[in-house]
Design a binder for this molecule. Sequence first.
Ligand SMILES: NC(=O)c1ccc[n+]([C@@H]2O[C@H](COP(=O)([O-])OP(=O)(O)OC[C@H]3O[C@@H](n4cnc5c(N)ncnc54)[C@H](O)[C@@H]3O)[C@@H](O)[C@H]2O)c1
Length: 256
Amino acid sequence: MDFDGKVVLITGAAGGIGKETAKAFAEQGAKLVLVDLQEDSLNKTVSELNLDGGSCLTVAADVSKEEDVKHYVDSAVQKFGKIDVFFNNAGIEGKIGYITDTDISVLDQVLGVNVRGVFAGLKHVLKVMKDQKSGTIVNTASVAGFGGSPGLASYVTSKHAVLGLSKTAALESADYGVRVNAVCPAPVNTRMMRSIEAGVSEDNAEGAKKEFEKGIPMNRYGEASEIAQLVLFLASEKAGYITGGAYRIDGGMSAL
Ligand SMILES: NC(=O)c1ccc[n+]([C@@H]2O[C@H](COP(=O)([O-])OP(=O)(O)OC[C@H]3O[C@@H](n4cnc5c(N)ncnc54)[C@H](O)[C@@H]3O)[C@@H](O)[C@H]2O)c1
């Protein structure tokens, strides 16, 4: 999977999955545009990954705000002249709790980032890719895009929506040579799962982790580096006939 000279735009780039994916693309020669909420966490990512300023641009943006999304897309095109790959990945879990105990603002907040953010990213990046008549997009959904999960209603709702957006975006752009797919990970070892474990069981987060692991045939969470490899494959020319798909990476959960 050679990404030499390709321009790869990643949202949520300072987080667990985003950072490992940035690393994997950089190792294959890509130029990167890294987007996240805070400039300082982006700068930390750039220095941790030892990225060179000439081949990497950082843009602080809140993906739930369309003007910020337009800004990161314009900045990418201004710096590198094109966008070859878009990893539409930023997401939040929201406050954990049953529907009956949840303030409706939690739903708005989660949908704001996970759905509005993904939609706005698709809207502005697809305009660029349709003009180019090339490009590939990978949206981050989740196994929560397929089934329910007690305590995570807002998140589950948002990830079902990401799958609908992915399929529709794929159909609207197939004629232009643009591919759109979704990755659907089971729990991955990042900050997000630490937060969900603590939300499920405040005084026994480690116990909550063990319970989650019991539901995974491989008996462990995924690693962000493993998700990155699937993203690279879907974004690569090797996946040239793959669009509109939702690819689970779940330690065997789909076989249950
Ligand atoms: N960790 C898991 O178990 C898991 C499983 C399936 C899917 N996912 C999805 O993977 C994606 C990445 O999650 P992660 O595990 O790396 O979590 P993470 O919390 O480590 O990373 C998420 C990143 O998104 C950024 N972000 C949040 N809101 C933003 C906003 N409004 N604008 C810009 N950036 C914003 C955060 O600052 C953070 O750096 C998310 O969409 C998540 O839902 C995660």
